[in-house]
Design a protein around this ligand. Sequence first.
Ligand code: ADP
Ligand code: GLC
Length: 479
Amino acid sequence: MKVLFVTSEAFPLLKTGGLGDVSGALPAALAEAGEDVHMLLPGYPQALENADHVGVTIALGNILGFEDVSLIEARMPDNGVPLWLINCPQLYDRPGNPYVQDGKTDWPDNHLRFALLSYVAAILSVPDNACGWTADIVHTNDWQGGLTAAYLHFWGIRQRARTVFTVHNLQYLGLFTPDVLPQVGLPDAAFSIDGLEFHHKVSFLKAGLYYSDAITTVSPTYAKEIMLPEFGCGLDGLLRQRADSVHGILNGIDDDIWNPKTDPHIPHHFSLARRTGKIQNKAALQHEMGLPADLDAPLFCVVSRLTEQKGIELIAKSASALRKLGIQLAILGSGDHHLEELLSVISGLDLGIKVKIGYDDALAHRIIAGSDVLLMPSQFEPCGLTQMYAMRYGTLPLVYKTGGLADTVVDCGTAGDGTGFVFETASTDALTATAKRATDLYRHPKLWQKAQRNAMSQDMSWKHAAPAYMRLYKNLAAT
Ligand code: ADP
Ligand code: GLC
């Protein structure tokens, strides 16, 4: 099967969050299982620099008013998956974050940047295109790829790839004013409730949900949650209508990159059988973060984008209660200004909390490796990868029961019979009570080690998800 995997970020080319990790790993897992996978990304400078270049360029001509758009053939650096980078310097040749400028504000031409990505994906989904390769399945991700299925619908070409749209986060609706429609090459007819219209705007995400042949999301629980008003971001009605086409497929993790035996970012390697390295990492982390050198103190951590989703305010409100439990807290995060400010304020108080604001991949690995508990009280979480990385490193996740967190973390109870700690009410009291249970278990090394063993021996690789996607592709191709 020829699969075109369309994404706006992919590790190690560039990454802002979990979508980058998934895009770095899932196509390789599909290729290993026998699919003919090609990836398609915008030709950001970081992607052009970090990809292994094959160098051939395929001219696509004028698209959406941009002259001389072309595709640069390349390969992914570590796994060799074939990659096309869209060459359109006017849209993509700018440094920094793929979605926002100066760290915060959306690029003003995001509608064009990601319409072009979707448009090129649609070109590769119909026969006799300039590349001589036509996808059987075009698999797009989040709002940035949402227009692909809309183009294919309005072009009305019968022989075309089947479309799969994966929702990594329903909250990002890809909203623009209706006047962008002619600019992105869609007819006025698209501005309809049965189409892209969403509260007088156009939503690129809704385009993906409305026109794709299949919708997937990244955990079974989130697949159910998004059909409820509470989690549906105003699209729960449409998702209920399309319930037969919605599939929840739990993400995997790249267990080569996140492997405590070989991780190049951590000072001491360790494994299930040899855990002394974990304790040495803890000592090194306490030193690096400026926390008191105390191996007996339970060391909790947060590694997160700083958005409302991630429950950062709940952590801040619980900080002094956590302090009373003797917990140390190491935080790495970047994102919303007010949450960065909030964390900077609490790190200045005497609460045993040290905060690094910024995006630092190597430090993320050191923090996850050196901590005892990962705190992830997200209000909602489509899947969450960080809790799975933590488990792999024997760092027990403490999570709110939602989405992929509910699907991946099993509560330890009082006997260490699980892989982490789960609370069911989003309140400081519930979080603190669960942190107390965690610290109680921590004081029983045998039980703690039992739980660490459970967590570290989970198979969270892509071996399960890749075949699930392949079954879906096969079923769609038969329709
Ligand atoms: P989301 O995609 O919602 O951010 P995930 O848990 O799926 O959540 O994935 C987050 C990914 O981003 C993980 O690989 C995590 O290590 C990484 N990450 C998040 N914040 C930072 C940061 N400040 N520095 C480095 N890596 C980070
Ligand atoms: C999104 C979600 C996160 C998920 C990731 C990868 O960023 O917020 O829960 O793990 O995508 O699918």
